[in-house]
Design a protein around this ligand. Structure first.
Ligand code: PLP
Length: 433
């Protein structure tokens, strides 16, 4: 029984390098966060050793008395974290992550080839909301179900609910999905509920990005309007990597969601739950009820607003003109550059964020924007002042990218490159052959 450094110095070394990278860089990826030592202690515990297929009290293996206690505690804390009445709402805390949780919901309430509508990925949606390109059904959620996306109004950067309504009336989906990976505003749940009711569809919210903000009422509450709510647990919620599915207990459209969803998770799509993750999640959900957590979520949003206003001051165009949550989406196209180049330059400077498509983009490989999130650096204690400085450094990175572009497209370099391929350097064929 060795310590990791002794048993496997190679893996220990990689972990140490990654830890140092996380420590020294400005972590601005909107879907990432730093979880607590307490959560990591639970995740790294003996809970990983136990098989417990089934639900508390109904397991396929013995020895689960403590695992039952843990899972029930986790379920209770999950409902409490979102102020849900256990008579009206239930939760499954076993999904291994966000994408499996979504697929489990679809498996529970849809038949193969039933129709779904989610926000298109190039407009901020997630792969697991039915993403496909004109050429390829990319996500399993578009292979097994028929997907018709809704999109943003490109002029306002806001969800085009009118288009959603018109398309839903024609397409007649069985499920409408709210939620996004790169949308800086709230969803209009009452409006989506009306549309879902008009066409007889279920309404699901994937609150993966904003679940911490929902738990602390910093953004609108999807539970008032949706039948099902899914989430990851490692983003703004600041827990271990995992997923949860919340469902209404009363039958919806004739479906007993509790039975259907629990069966879709196991045995439908998963085997034994990751009990170490459920342990870490229970710890995170206890913390989610604390005044500290509430203050943190408010800071996530005020920091993000400070970042957005500084970027606007510096002349940047933000999709939707600003933010109401933990992320901003910057449209770099008016400057003549793109997200891929800026991401690369900033990465070299230990500023970690991601290229992101913005409405109207032609290419997914060279998208026109960057997504910047505030949760991780807020966890590390940044306030508005530091986020203004962050905006200034991002601006510097963009200016350097524009300078680099001048060199690349500059006529002197282009002339020199032509000269290199001229007969004065005839040996090139031999070298290359
Ligand atoms: N749903 C949304 C809205 C997301 O943004 C993500 C991930 O970024 C997921 C689901 C998928 O989560 P996971 O990567 O845990 O499968």
């Amino acid at each position: 029984d060795y310590e990791l450094a002794e048993a496997d110095p190679e893996v220990r070394g990689i972990i140490d390098k990654e830890k140092e990278r996380q420590f020294r860089s400005l972590e601005l990826i909107a879907s990432e966060n730093f979880t607590s030592r307490a959560v990591m202690e639970a995740v790294g515990s003996c809970l990983t050793n136990k098989y417990s297929e089934g639900l508390p009290g109904k397991r396929y293996y013995g020895g689960n008395e403590y695992i039952d206690e843990l899972e029930i505690l986790c379920q209770e804390r999950a409902l409490a974290a979102f102020n849900l009445d256990g008579k009206q709402w239930g939760v499954n805390v076993q999904p291994l992550s966000g994408s499996p949780a979504n697929f489990e919901v679809y498996t529970a309430i849809l038949n193969p080839h039933d129709r779904i509508m989610g926000l298109d990925l190039p407009h901020g949606g997630h792969l697991s909301h039915g993403f496909m390109t004109p050429k390829r059904r990319v996500s399993g959620t578009s292979i097994y179900f028929e997907s018709m996306p809704y999109r943003l109004d490109e002029s306002s950067g806001l969800v085009d609910y009118e288009m959603l309504e018109k398309t839903a009336i024609l397409f007649r989906p069985k499920l409408i999905i709210a939620g996004a990976s790169a949308y800086p505003r709230d969803f209009d749940y009452p409006r989506m509920r009306k549309i879902a009711d008009a066409v007889g569809a279920f309404l699901m919210m994937d609150m993966a990005h904003i679940s911490g903000l929902v738990a602390t009422s910093v953004v609108a509450n999807p539970f008032e309007y949706c039948d099902i709510v899914t989430t990851t647990t490692h983003k703004s919620l600041r827990g271990p990597r995992g997923g949860m599915i919340f469902f209404k207990k009363d039958p919806i459209l004739g479906v007993d969601l509790e039975t259907a969803i629990n069966n879709a998770v196991f045995p439908g799509l998963q085997g034994g739950p990751h009990n170490h993750t459920i342990g870490g999640l229970a710890v995170c959900l206890k913390y989610a009820k604390s005044p500290d957590f509430k203050a943190y979520q408010h800071k996530v949003v005020s920091n993000c607003r400070a970042l957005a206003s500084r970027l606007t001051e510096l002349g940047y165009k933000l999709v939707s003109g600003g933010t109401d949550n933990h992320l901003v989406l910057v449209d770099l196209r008016p400057l003549g550059t793109d997200g891929a180049r800026v991401e690369k330059i900033l990465d070299m400077a230990s500023i970690t964020l991601n290229k992101n498509s913005v409405p109207g983009d032609k290419s997914a490989l060279v998208p026109g924007g960057i997504r910047i999130g505030s949760p991780a650096m807020t966890t590390r204690g940044f306030s508005e002042k530091e986020f203004v400085t962050v905006a200034d450094f991002i601006n510097e990175g963009v200016q350097i990218t524009l300078e680099a572009k001048k060199l690349v497209s500059g006529s002197k370099l282009q002339d020199f490159l032509k000269f290199v391929t001229s007969p004065e350097f005839p040996l090139i064929d031999k070298v290359l052959n």
